[in-house]
Design a protein around this ligand. Structure first.
Ligand SMILES: *[C@@H]1O[C@H](CO)[C@@H](O)[C@H](O)[C@H]1NC(C)=O
Ligand SMILES: *[C@@H]1O[C@H](CO)[C@@H](O)[C@H](O)[C@H]1NC(C)=O
Ligand SMILES: *[C@@H]1O[C@H](CO)[C@@H](O)[C@H](O)[C@H]1NC(C)=O
Ligand SMILES: *[C@@H]1O[C@H](CO)[C@@H](O)[C@H](O)[C@H]1NC(C)=O
Ligand SMILES: *[C@@H]1O[C@H](CO)[C@@H](O)[C@H](O)[C@H]1NC(C)=O
Ligand SMILES: *[C@@H]1O[C@H](CO)[C@@H](O)[C@H](O)[C@H]1NC(C)=O
Ligand SMILES: *[C@@H]1O[C@H](CO)[C@@H](O)[C@H](O)[C@H]1NC(C)=O
Ligand SMILES: *[C@@H]1O[C@H](CO)[C@@H](O)[C@H](O)[C@H]1NC(C)=O
Ligand SMILES: *[C@@H]1O[C@H](CO)[C@@H](O)[C@H](O)[C@H]1NC(C)=O
Ligand SMILES: *[C@@H]1O[C@H](CO)[C@@H](O)[C@H](O)[C@H]1NC(C)=O
Ligand SMILES: *[C@@H]1O[C@H](CO)[C@@H](O)[C@H](O)[C@H]1NC(C)=O
Ligand SMILES: *[C@@H]1O[C@H](CO)[C@@H](O)[C@H](O)[C@H]1NC(C)=O
Length: 672
């Protein structure tokens, strides 16, 4: 029986033969967006103008091209998002030859006169300008100065700035992100389904996006911003590098809210957590010693005054500890961590709710006073703080925080549940039900019943158009950041079909639209899909300022691992784990996993109504760990027994199943 199962699995190309500290090789590797070398060359010519000879020879470094005449230009396409320093050779120059370089993520802003914006959002879309290499040009090799780094672009336009002909060759970009890693494609995790290429592609797109946001310490955006016509990315970003920032092109600063999505992505894909530790250490080092307030963003931006982003540093501390098991680090920040929790608890008054006064947030409007989003995030802070305290250990503190969480949950429901809407309202003086608080309420388990979860999940779909949810709390905006939490809320509510619908809709749009880079993920966009994200809210109607590689938009990557494979860890490093796959009807199988310091965690499930084995679940976890396989009632149909490693148990159709397992390889087969 067992060997038949294994043969069956091998026929599906199951890859558990390879157990190592990294993901097994397979078909999924062809979806990996990361370049195979840290020196990348243009892969195509996007366009030329004026007198340009042999432009094609610059593709993949085949030869030299000549620009003749002032203003002639050629636009190179690197084939996907890249970031780093350009170098090239000046093969033939005169004393007056001069060159300008302009960079852009979106092809919309390929222009000989300006890059897309990163220093500052200006309505004219041309704040940054070009990088000039003035006469006399050096003969031979030239490299872009480090302070003029562009951290994210797909297109590079080279413009002749004089009448004299100019011959250039050997145009390349030295990738600057992930400075501590040689092989950018060597992931610690993977995800694959044979039934929908888009989902696998989205998983890898999120992983690569976070890689492009993992940067050397001294490559932050300069503050005060570089003057008009320029940019500078040579600022120091924190206490140690490499460090995780919000975006490749900009802001190039630590933003703890963004990490609420980006770090789970990092965990399931590269397991490269040091940049996260460096970012969190940076935030704790910058705590206000008097008040206990944490900054909203890292240096040199160092925005202050955000209760929610303060809270995200605390939630991020839990995520980092859960993924890494780094207790030594937790203890070094513990005094500041507890002070920072107390800062938020100090804002809870006799109403039992936090009065949000630090209003900065992910750009949403409102958010002040007794606000649902802020209090939902506080609930997550308290439940995770309670868990962290049990590891420190400080049991008194652990139970005090747990008690306050329980009380907050009750008060939250009394204050914000709007029975007529079947959703939570933003605050007590509105009937507006926001996307963020409702997603968090389900995801963080503020709901008191399954029926509330179901109604909120259904209610959220009212905001959807063809390309995603238009957030009521930030009109005319689709936020892939908040949508990343919404996906998880639909899974938590038990509707995987709806979660996949949202992933395909919004991430399918981002990867397909010719406005973007078809590799990494947009920071946000308007309800009609235009790039003018936040045009009326701080971004001065500048669509060229929008980032096309923002880790906060990578929500599906961890969601596919945590919910479609159903693989999560429930104790640091995965000493205990849970496998609760969503056997969703549009997929016949899915596989993948991740690596922690304890080893490889892998899951594959395959389903078929045509053969005897209606569901085969293959599990591989490190020796010494233990976990639970969970399938809710209704997850498996048409089976009369399930067989765990050859041992059968009777199964009533539709029954919920919970199986305790030790680490190692296991097969669970549901049979007719
Ligand atoms: C293209 O070149 C022509 C003349 O060579 C010039 O008139 C035109 O403005 C250029 N267009 C752009 C977009 O540079
Ligand atoms: C674009 O607008 C910015 C901000 O208003 C200004 O500083 C800059 O000079 C403008 N650029 C051009 C080329 O007009
Ligand atoms: C090249 O053209 C630009 C824009 O028309 C002009 O400002 C510049 O002076 C010209 N350079 C030379 C060397 O003719
Ligand atoms: C071409 O550029 C690379 C950097 O990408 C440099 O190492 C190499 O020396 C250059 N080749 C020549 C012939 O100058
Ligand atoms: C960064 O580069 C700018 C020039 O673009 C320079 O003025 C500044 O001093 C540099 N800052 C640091 C910290 O090196
Ligand atoms: C904790 O906060 C203090 C300021 O109150 C700061 O000096 C110290 O560096 C912080 N400790 C850590 C580990 O970040
Ligand atoms: C209450 O919520 C509404 C809707 O989001 C918002 O317009 C208002 O500003 C909020 N109140 C406060 C104090 O933030
Ligand atoms: C637990 O934390 C509280 C508050 O920070 C502190 O007063 C107490 O000493 C701690 N207890 C232990 C056992 O560390
Ligand atoms: C729990 O909540 C009460 C009431 O808001 C507060 O006084 C207390 O400090 C909180 N406890 C902790 C450990 O934060
Ligand atoms: C969610 O909260 C309920 C109590 O309202 C509790 O019974 C349940 O265990 C919680 N679920 C999780 C996953 O923590
Ligand atoms: C799940 O979501 C889909 C798509 O939104 C919907 O058609 C279906 O009715 C939902 N299923 C349940 C059980 O609510
Ligand atoms: C899309 O939305 C933006 C922002 O609201 C608006 O400026 C633009 O005109 C819209 N485009 C189309 C084609 O409707």
């Amino acid at each position: 029986m067992r060997s038949i199962c294994l043969q069956y699995l091998l026929a599906f190309g199951f890859a558990f033969g390879v157990i190592s500290a990294s993901a097994p090789k397979g078909k999924w590797d062809s979806f990996n967006f990361a370049p195979s070398s840290k020196t990348v060359y243009p892969t195509a010519i996007h366009s030329t103008n004026g007198s340009v000879k042999n432009a094609d020879l610059l593709v993949n470094n085949k030869g030299a091209a000549t620009l003749s005449g002032n203003g002639s230009w050629l636009a190179l396409d690197f084939g996907g998002e890249v970031g780093g320093l350009i170098s090239l050779n000046f093969d033939s120059v005169t004393s007056t030859s001069a060159l300008a370089l302009s960079f852009t993520e979106s092809p919309t802003f390929i222009r000989p006169t300006a890059s897309d914006d990163s220093s500052y959002p200006a309505e004219n879309t041309t704040f940054d300008g070009v990088l000039r290499v003035t006469a006399p040009l050096p003969k031979g090799h030239w490299a872009q100065p480090a302070n003029a780094l562009r951290g994210g672009f797909r297109y590079l336009t080279l413009v002749s700035n004089s009448d004299a002909p100019l011959t250039i060759s050997n145009v390349s970009c030295a990738i600057s992100f992930m400075p501590h890693v040689d092989d950018l494609r060597a992931y610690a995790g993977y995800f694959y389904t044979p039934d929908d290429e888009l989902l696998t592609k989205i998983w890898y797109s999120g992983a690569y996006t976070v890689q492009t946001n993992t940067v050397p310490l001294n490559t932050g955006r300069m503050v005060p911003f570089s003057p008009p016509g320029s940019w500078a990315n040579n600022a120091t970003l924190g206490v140690a590098g490499p460090i995780i920032v919000d975006g490749a092109k900009r802001d190039r600063a630590v933003w703890p809210g963004d990490m609420g999505i980006a770090v789970p992505t990092q965990f399931v894909s590269t397991n490269d957590l040091i940049p996260t530790r460096n970012a969190l250490s940076t935030m704790f080092a910058a705590i206000n010693p008097k008040t206990g307030a944490l900054p909203e963003s890292g240096p040199p931006l160092s925005q202050q005054g955000s209760d929610t982003y303060h809270a995200w540093t605390l939630i991020g501390t839990y995520n980092y500890f859960l993924y890494s098991g780094d207790l030594d680090w937790l203890q070094t920040v513990w005094a500041n961590y507890t002070k920072a929790v107390a800062f938020l608890e100090g804002k809870v008054d006799s109403t039992g709710l936090m009065d949000v006064t630090g209003l900065r947030d992910w750009a949403r409007q409102g958010g002040g006073g007794y606000n649902a989003e802020g209090n939902a995030i506080l609930y997550k802070v308290l439940t995770t703080a309670s868990e962290l305290a049990s590891h420190v250990p400080n049991t008194t503190l652990s139970s005090a925080w747990a008690q306050n969480a329980t009380a907050l949950k009750q008060t939250f429901n009394t204050a914000f549940w709007l029975e007529s809407a079947g959703m939570y309202r933003d605050n007590a003086t509105t009937t507006l039900c926001p996307q963020d608080a409702n997603s968090f309420a389900v995801l963080f388990n503020l709901t008191l019943s399954q029926s509330q979860k179901t109604r909120v999940s259904e209610g959220l779909t009212v905001f959807w158009n063809d390309i995603g949810p238009v957030a009521p709390e930030l009109p005319d905006t689709i936020s892939p950041f908040i949508a990343g939490f919404e996906i998880q809320a639909h899974f938590e509510a038990g509707n995987a079909t709806r979660a996949l619908d949202l992933i395909r809709r919004t991430w399918g749009y981002m990867l397909a639209t010719p406005l973007s880079v078809q590799s990494t993920l947009l920071e946000g966009f308007t309800a009609n899909g235009s790039l003018a994200y936040r045009w009326y809210r701080g971004y001065n109607n500048d669509p060229s300022y929008t980032s096309h590689a923002h880790g906060w938009s990578s929500g599906p990557t961890s969601a596919l691992t945590f919910y479609i494979l159903g693989l999560t860890i429930t104790a640091p490093q995965g000493r205990t784990w849970s496998i609760a796959p969503n056997v969703e009807s549009s997929l016949s199988s899915a596989q993948g996993g991740f690596t922690t310091p304890l080893g490889w965690f892998g899951v594959q499930w395959t389903t078929s109504s045509k053969v005897k084995d209606v569901l085969i679940l293959q599990i591989d976890t490190p020796t010494g760990t233990s976990g639970t396989v969970k399938l809710p009632s209704g997850a498996v149909k048409g089976a009369s027994k399930y067989v765990v490693d050859g041992v059968p148990t009777r199964y009533a159709d539709g029954q919920a199943v919970e199986i305790q397992l030790r680490g190692g390889k296991h097969t669970v087969v549901f049979q007719k």
